[in-house]
Ligand binder design. Structure first.
Ligand SMILES: Cc1cc2nc3c(=O)[nH]c(=O)nc-3n(C[C@H](O)[C@H](O)[C@H](O)COP(=O)(O)O)c2cc1C
Length: 378
């Protein structure tokens, strides 16, 4: 544990512990993966201004996201199949986030259900909604999130159809994995993962199975999900979703300032500047490269969050400098989870916190909320 110093260290450990199909599912982008790579690489082009002889005592990373107090402005992003990185993964990650004081977002395509996560947490978490063709199911999902006292609904806008990730097709991705020869050989080398999964009843999409019409077992689920994402979704739909939900609403997957302005018109509470971690439109801009333009365009009409490519506390600070009020991490917490379960998620958050704290000080600031454009070299 003491030699784990970076998110990259957690990634290498996860590579050894998690079955190949699920590690690859996390570590992949659409088609050539150029946007996936750009998300990370473009952070490296941004440089801080180093300042000296400034009083660095009493530093604080505390802030707010959609009015909720956060220990640092870094939420856990919604990720599908998280319970396949580690048994009961969503429940463990939610507990780690709660103890740390940052928001956890549960995906519609999670393994553990809304109710599973609610049963192990004491503070409200956020729920991410995919709008599917089966509207009764969607309405019911919104009501279930309300009943579980989720404090925000994160509506994902950038997955009306699924971007193609070659690795998932080649690996025959499924939850749980099919018992092919290649999978059996791979699983034989991941005994801790197998024991965990053998010891839990949560092995398929529990938000869906038993709740959606015609989905009673796992075999019907794969065809159901590919057919179910709704290509008709439009800006008009945001209104009925907002009305049914009645609470804080976050619109995720904005990459263009025209869309950001339309999102602000909906009366939602925040947008997430995001390209789905490079998993949808390969060839789209990196999130960090469009953040400033979008934040400037919307001004204070709507709160701006961002995700994509954050691998360190420095990346978080760069996003804050360029106009984000909050950020999300996807893969960094998944690697932690795959590497070491709940402890690994905490480790990922601790790594990011330490990097943020030291960087803040060396930039001559004491409060994370004071980071702005003038902390960057331009
Ligand atoms: C394995 C994986 C699964 C994901 N599943 C979802 C999902 O179910 N819903 C969603 O809105 N975004 C999903 N995303 C996108 C994340 O919410 C987030 O936008 C992205 O991971 C941020 O980039 P990062 O991984 O570089 O931090 C997923 C991302 C990954 C890596």
């Amino acid at each position: 544990m003491s030699d784990i110093l970076t998110i990259a260290d957690l990634k290498e450990l996860a590579r050894r512990k998690v079955p190949k199909m699920f590690f690859d599912y996390a570590d992949s982008g659409a088609w050539t993966e150029s946007t996936y790579r750009a998300n990370e690489e473009d952070f490296g082009k941004i440089k801080f201004r180093q300042r000296v002889l400034v009083d660095m005592s009493n530093r604080s990373l505390e802030s707010t996201m959609i009015g909720e107090k956060v220990a640092m402005p870094v939420a856990l992003a919604p990720t599908g199949l998280t319970g396949m990185q580690h048994a009961d993964g969503e429940m463990l990650a939610a507990k780690a986030a709660e103890e740390f004081g940052v928001p956890f977002t549960l995906s519609t395509m999670s393994i553990c259900s809304i109710e599973d996560v609610a049963s192990v947490t004491t503070k409200p978490f956020w729920f991410q909604l995919y709008v599917l063709r089966d509207k009764d199911f969607v309405l019911n999902l919104i009501d279930r999130a309300k009943a579980a006292k989720c404090s925000a609904l994160v509506l994902t806008l950038d997955l009306q159809i699924l971007g193609q990730r070659h690795k998932d097709i080649r690996n025959g991705l499924s939850a749980p994995p099919k018992m092919t020869l290649a999978n059996i050989v791979d699983l034989a080398m991941k005994p801790r993962w197998c024991l965990g999964i053998a010891g839990t009843k949560r092995r398929t999409f529990r938000n869906i199975v038993g709740h959606a019409k015609g989905v009673g077992d796992v075999s019907s689920l794969s065809s159901w999900t590919t057919e179910q994402f709704d290509p008709h979704l439009s800006w008009k739909d945001v209104a009925w979703i907002k009305e049914r939900w009645g609470g804080k609403l976050i619109l995720k997957g904005i990459l263009d300032k025209e869309d950001a302005l339309m999102a602000a018109e909906t009366g939602a509470d925040a947008i997430v500047v995001s390209n789905h971690g490079g998993r949808q439109l390969d060839g789209a801009a990196s999130s960090i490269s469009v953040l400033e333009e979008i934040a400037d365009a919307v001004g204070d009409r709507i709160e701006v969050h961002m995700d994509g490519g954050i691998r360190s506390g420095q990346d978080v600070l760069k996003a804050l400098c360029l106009g984000a009020k909050g950020t999300y991490i996807g893969r960094p917490f998944l690697y932690g989870l795959g590497a070491m379960g709940k402890e690994g998620v905490t480790k990922a958050l601790e790594i990011i916190r330490k990097e943020m704290d030291i960087t803040l000080a060396l930039c001559g600031k004491r409060l994370v909320t004071d980071m702005g454009k003038d902390q960057l070299r331009r």
